[in-house]
Design a protein. Sequence first.
Length: 384
Amino acid sequence: MKWLWVSSVLYWIALYATFSTISVQAERAAQFALFGVGIMLGFFGAGLLLARIPIGLLATRINRKLLFFVGLCVVLAGNIIVPVASPNPIALFPSRFLLGVGAGFWILSSVMFVEHHDDKPKATSRITLTYALGITIGGLGGGILANIGDWNTPFWAGTIAAALAIATLLPVRDMVEPPAPLSLREFFQLSRQPQLLMVSALGALMFFVLTATVLGFTQNFAARLGANPLWLGIVYFAMLAPYSLTISIAHRVRSRIGADFTLALGFVAGGIATMFVPFAGSVVILSLLQAVVGAGLGLVYSSLMWLAIKDTNHKNESMGVFQTIYALGFLMGPVLTGRVVGTTSLEAGFFLNGSLALAAFAAIAALTLLRGFSVRFRRFPRLE
């Protein structure tokens, strides 16, 4: 399975190679208004939203290696379309959509890798490392390459990474039979479970904030502070490094303080740091704030993903529901924030998203306290 591990790293690099520069490219090179930038970024969420449940259902019906191969081809197409169509800026829209569709295939490589190892926790940690490495290398590398070349250079890098991911997938053999597929009735029953819905709703709110700021308008704010493409990569890396770190250690935090307090801690850290972004007077201070945001949201994402699948044997389908609902955040975050910043100011977008993260913290804290004080609230799902 070593080749699947390598292929997974390259897959994440291909997905994230353009994230650190795309919003600034859309505003400056393509001359989009900020609302247009938000709509373009939202196309990623639209692709993920439409694709994730069908992928989850197909994963138990057809060969998973073949399905992941298709996903890699979609990621390759999402990257190469922009430089091939250059200088037509409209290509940015189908590019984000295809990359969003491609993002829905990640669970296949993860499940395949874990199922082929006897030590499941160790295998899970190893395959999670591919995500951390891939997004970090892709995010920082994209900024460096755009600084050396032009705005299209990260897309060429993503194309090459996707092609190498396809090549390294070829020797992989999926020797484990997937579990029996759920019927549509069973799937709808699964998708209505209260805890899964609550966790997914929190995931949608988290990704609303993440895609609107860190994966979106934070880069435009950095550009206004004088950041060149290299610094855009550094600002992005400043968030991704602690984000990846806290994803990998979140299970230790949960074991000490519980999932509910871990989620509350992550949301409050991310919310406060986001509210302070408009007061950053330099890209260095902005990078420090992004590190806090990344650390907080990493705790949130890892905990929500664990809660979504911990009590079910149908992990593909549960993850499909989780990803589909949180894809609403991917879609609505940049679009609605783009509308706000387009009609008011860029700073207003950070106040909005910081407030939403703090609202999530308040909701988790209130529900936890109410469950302790009143029997009526104990019927609500527990975040543990």
